[in-house]
Design a protein around this ligand. Structure first.
Ligand SMILES: [Zn+2]
Length: 359
């Protein structure tokens, strides 16, 4: 990683934190201005939260290398580097990797350790508790330090894209889907990935290579639902290999299967939906607004909010092509609402909001 950021000026290394055994783990931010906050969409990939699922820690550095080699040559790479910030964290469980085990050094499954919107209902889900593992608490802090469009975390054990919800509103059910109010957009994101992965696209177990999390098997304390509900970040879970602890010899095949998907997903999620800024009328000051996509379905659950950045009032949200209604709220300002039409060509739509202060 040091070698990469030394050689490639579009990369900046950052520390996420330390594992139970004191192993520091890192990420790379890829952008034309890495380390400088901009009014651009943020997207992240996190790998190896299960120590024995290693594809992510190999694929994410390969993606960084691909961007470095193709920036200015390939339109996708150029756009990703120029118009957004991509955060790559190859491992969040270095101790599990060292021990060749799923769990961290405390024996905890990190994908069951996040504050859970269902099990921990009523408590502040942004805060780690005594039960939160250090790797999870540090990833939570990292995620909450920015506003994100979307993300994915990489696993092994199957070949499918899994989208929220992972849990039911009351545990104990099984086999039925628990869909979010953003279901059409989640399916669109999942298909964006799966359509370009030949194994997923041809899946017999999962039509189209995608599945609702709870419908497959429900989990609680997962990173995916926490990202969506708490951080306002539309996360999906990528299962990229049926075999766990893929040997180095299998890496090339997995890269070939996933490369175009790993490239397509951030572009579609961060730049293909809606993005814009929220500012105050008169002063033009940026507003850290709370936004939501209103559902046209009266029976749907309440919209799940997402957020504009404090420093720029910037927001970016994936949206399936079509017309949607956005609602924007800030304390002390009149709430605003607007329709946006997202085109099918992946270019996204820009919508800025100027909010009037309440008297
Ligand atoms: Zn896993």
């Amino acid at each position: 990683m040091d070698e990469f950021v030394g050689r490639c000026k579009i990369g900046r290394k950052f520390s996420v934190g330390k594992s139970v055994n004191g192993v520091e783990f890192f990420g790379v931010e890829v952008s034309d201005k890495p380390g400088v906050e901009e009014a651009e969409p943020y997207y992240k990939y996190i790998g190896n939260m299960h120590g024995n699922e290693v594809s992510g820690r190999m694929l994410l550095p390969m993606l960084a290398e691909w961007l470095c080699a193709n920036n200015g040559k390939d339109a996708r790479a150029t756009r990703m580097v120029r118009d957004m910030h991509l955060f790559l964290i190859p491992t969040m469980n270095p101790d599990g990797f060292d021990a060749r085990q799923r769990e961290n050094a405390h024996g905890a499954d990190l994908n069951r350790n996040f504050p859970d919107p269902v099990l921990d209902r009523g408590s502040d889900l942004r805060k780690a508790t005594a039960a939160t593992e250090p790797e999870v608490a540090q990833i939570m802090d990292f995620i909450l330090s920015r506003t994100w469009s979307a993300s994915a975390n990489l696993h092994e054990g199957s070949v499918v894209v899994n989208y929220p919800y992972d849990g039911y509103t009351s545990p104990g059910r099984s086999g039925t889907a628990h869909l979010t109010p953003d279901d059409a957009t989640f399916k669109f994101l999942a298909r964006t990935y799966a359509d370009k992965n030949p194994l997923m696209a041809a899946s017999r177990e999962f039509p189209g290579g995608i599945t609702n999390g709870a419908q497959w098997y429900d989990i609680y304390g997962g990173m995916q639902d926490w990202n969506y509900v708490v951080a306002g970040c539309m996360e999906v879970t990528l299962e990229v290999s049926a075999e766990k602890f893929v040997p180095a010899s299998g890496l090339k095949a997995i890269w070939d299967q996933n490369r175009d998907s790993l490239i397509a997903m951030p572009l579609a999620a961060a730049l293909g939906g809606v993005r814009g800024r929220v500012t105050a009328a008169g002063s033009g000051a940026p507003l850290a607004a709370t936004l939501a996509v209103k559902s046209s379905d009266a029976n749907s659950d309440a919209p799940v909010p997402f957020y504009a950045s404090k420093n720029f009032g910037f927001f970016a949200r994936p949206l399936v092509p079509g017309t949607h209604t956005l609602v924007v709220a800030v304390d002390g300002y009149a709430t605003a609402e607007a329709d946006v039409t997202v085109p099918t060509d992946g270019s996204g739509v820009v919508k800025n909001f100027v909010l009037k202060p309440l008297k």
